[in-house]
Design a protein around this ligand. Structure first.
Ligand code: IPM
Ligand code: MN
Length: 359
């Protein structure tokens, strides 16, 4: 069967890592008899350079017509230190999430046994940690009314949530918890924020439909502490946009490298798959970026297309590369492979999992 995949390489290391994910998809196509038709699209700083617009209309069009979207990374330092820049690369991604209605961002985090000693956290704290963060992606303070006073002295960002926005992701998070260890933690700041109180009320009511799932609540400040004190207590975490952004970067420490964390952003019609890491501009073109987060994002993409054994094979290849130390410098500083060599290894494993020569 043929699938149309939109590829948005983006900025910085985005093109290098998505190229490796594409190698993995090509190997899957060969091995399992599928075909993927790729269409490249522009977004971010590269789109601003070429068109003046961080999200050209054509990109939205290509994405809407696709079965799934694979995205690299976004951002360029020339915008980061210029608070007065009117057009920013990140606007591209935020607008794409909003225009495709990608409200549910799923970020799985687990401690890979092979990498436990890479984490600055103690083995006994992280060994066995395995959670899935459900981050609301198209509401909250990211998309509220923004204001800067005429004299430039006062700024505000509004945070708004409706029950409808909360319930549609809450149902997905409860369903995920049902398929996992049946625990859901809502992370909020209900002791201070009205929106958080609406989250608690809405999620508590929905819990009646999922009686076998245990629901608990944590304030986000406490959750940030618990994340590194005792990450094994978490199964599915449900939270709003900004809190989810922050705690998922924090959670990446458990995995041993942010270069490993993949994510899916899902809406009613479309789905986009991307690493949670940024564009890592200092590493651009050096062949040192870890492609595994992008490759694992491709695995999530396959699962979204219901290609489960194909996704399993990609994940197995990633595990094998970690086990053998066929990894980039963030994971294997003594004897690193380049970005593209890691991609070659993964593709080769997908095609020949039984090949013992590589051991
Ligand atoms: C992420 C990123 C984005 C976000 C940025 C690039 C806008 O940090 O996907 O986590 O804040 O959502
Ligand atoms: Mn982030």
């Amino acid at each position: 069967m043929n699938y149309n995949i939109a590829i948005i390489p983006g900025d910085g290391i985005g093109p290098e890592v998505t190229a490796q994910a594409k190698k993995a998809l090509d190997a899957v196509a060969d091995e399992f008899g599928h075909s993927f038709t790729y269409t490249n699209a522009l977004m971010g700083a590269c789109a601003i350079d070429e068109t003046g617009n961080p999200l050209p209309e054509e990109t939205v069009d290509i994405c809407e017509k696709s079965d799934a979207i694979l995205f690299g990374a976004i951002g360029h330092p020339k915008y980061d230190n210029d608070p007065s820049a009117k057009v920013r690369p990140e606007q591209g991604l935020l607008r794409l999430r909003k225009s495709l209605g990608l409200f549910c961002n799923v970020r799985p985090v687990k401690a890979y046994e092979q990498l436990i000693d890479n984490s600055p956290l103690k083995r006994e704290i992280i060994s066995g940690a395995d959670m899935s963060i459900y981050r609301e992606l198209t509401g909250g303070i990211y998309f509220g009314d923004k204001h800067l006073s005429d004299d430039g002295q006062v700024a505000s960002d509004g945070c708004t949530y409706s029950m409808e926005e909360i319930s549609r992701i809450a149902h997905l998070a409860f369903k995920e918890a049902q398929n996992r260890r049946k625990k859901l933690t809502l992370v909020d700041k209900a002791n201070v924020l009205e929106t958080s109180r609406l989250w608690r009320k809405t999620v508590s009511a929905i819990a009646n439909d999922y009686k076998e799932v245990e629901l608990d609540f944590l304030f986000v400040d406490n959750a940030a502490m618990q994340m590194i004190l005792n990450p094994k207590q978490f199964d599915v975490i449900l939270t709003e946009n900004l809190f989810g952004d922050i705690i998922s970067d924090e959670a990446s420490v458990i995995g041993g490298s942010i270069g490993l964390l993949a994510s899916a952003s899902v809406g009613k019609e479309n789905a986009l798959f991307e690493p949670i890491h940024g564009s890592f501009p200092q590493a651009t073109g050096k062949g040192i970026a870890n492609p595994l987060a992008s490759i694992l994002s491709a695995a999530m993409l396959l699962r979204h297309l219901n290609l489960n054994k194909e996704a399993d094979r990609v994940e197995e290849a990633v595990e094998k590369s970690l086990e053998l130390g066929f990894s980039t410098v963030d994971i294997n500083p003594k004897n690193p492979l380049s970005t593209s060599k890691v991609g070659d290894f993964i593709a080769d494993y997908i095609l020949n999992p039984e090949d013992t020569n590589r051991n």
